[in-house]
Design a protein around this ligand. Sequence first.
Ligand SMILES: Cc1cc2nc3c(=O)[nH]c(=O)nc-3n(C[C@H](O)[C@H](O)[C@H](O)COP(=O)(O)OP(=O)(O)OC[C@H]3O[C@@H](n4cnc5c(N)ncnc54)[C@H](O)[C@@H]3O)c2cc1C
Length: 405
Amino acid sequence: MMNFSFSEEQEMLRKMVRSFVDKEIIPNIGEWDANQHFERNIMKRMADLDLMGVCIPEEYGGSGMDYNSLAIVCEELERGDTAYRTAVSVHTGLNSMTLLQWGNEEQKQKYLVPQAKGEKVGAFGLTEPNAGSDVAALQTTAVKDGDDYILNGSKTWISLCDVADNFLVFAYTDKSKKHHGISCFIVERTMPGFSSKAIKGKLGIRAGNTGELFFDNVRVPKENLVGQEGEGFKIAMAALDNGRFTVAAGACGTIMACLEESVKYCHERRTFGKEIGKHQLVQQMIAKMEAGLQMSRLLVFKAGWLKNKGARNTRETSLAKWQACDFALQAANDAVQIHGAYGYSNEYPVERFLRNAKAPVIYEGTREIHTIMQGEYVLGYREDKPLSKMLPAWPYEASKQEIIH
Ligand SMILES: Cc1cc2nc3c(=O)[nH]c(=O)nc-3n(C[C@H](O)[C@H](O)[C@H](O)COP(=O)(O)OP(=O)(O)OC[C@H]3O[C@@H](n4cnc5c(N)ncnc54)[C@H](O)[C@@H]3O)c2cc1C
């Protein structure tokens, strides 16, 4: 049976995150954005509110809620600003959920539990100066040396680069095997030879922390290899199924914010003797935002429903991410249009929404990559094979952790 309603717990979660965003993010975000300031205290507050491990099982320090609850958190956070939703995307979506799916018990206890509790922050290092969409072009290497691997190379455009304690880092253990020669490691900030540097001057998400990671002979114990040697590409793609889900949900939050601000302005601003909301061409922009929001949410929550069932959802998540981010960028563009010249200044938040809405169309698979994926699925050129380890279904049952070989 189809059920489109949220549970009481999910409604309470939404209310709680909304109130937090209204009180602690929205009043300050204009200043943080203008100063390119990442407010670390917000991460601490999110940890206090148990928002750092919403869908991680209680056994592993999380709240044990379902995957659509994570989507609700992301929607509400991005209604305030993209920066803190991005933080949850990398911490929970790309890092913690990957440990839940692929990590062994020791790795879960050592890294997942403190991350889910919000005591430690996780991030995800895949992109390099010469490897974005083309992941196999990465150049970072991991060479076995006794009981350790020695990592050398660099990453760029990494969210939470100066903030995270632990990073999932992808490196070649055997370049000759191409995709099958990439491996995934947990790297701690405190490991000698690791350093990071923020990128300044970004178009948007200016209140977010994004930048470079450097590995200069970083010695990583073999216990920190996630999965098997050579499984890194598969792990990275599976991680993106979760990260993209959070990005898509966040895009719905951007549209919500655009609608709120635009509807308010439509009632305030008058031209030709009436509220601008009474002009049909303005109504058309509002109607398109509403349509984009409703369609995106259906795609997002369907992807979350598949995750809850423990089913493969790469195709549905890609579609949700592509469409929701495109709708959000269009909504932000129209929100500025509705505000006229005032929308072009930081007197109103819509110019920030427009600057913020561009990055999600680029990261976690560009619009073009998702378009190609969807075309290939429909034409029968792409098919998802079962993974050796699936994201656990919700509710979590340790005994049901399925291993398909
Ligand atoms: C704010 C921000 C935060 C980020 N955070 C992270 C993070 O935490 N971790 C991380 O690993 N990365 C992160 N990234 C990096 C992001 O994932 C990459 O930028 C993205 O994958 C695109 O790679 P690229 O920038 O190298 O573009 P490229 O891959 O060089 O693409 C350039 C252009 O060519 C197009 N293109 C490329 N290949 C094809 C093709 N086959 N067919 C058609 N068109 C194509 C692209 O769509 C794009 O328009 C972040 C980026 C930003 C902007």
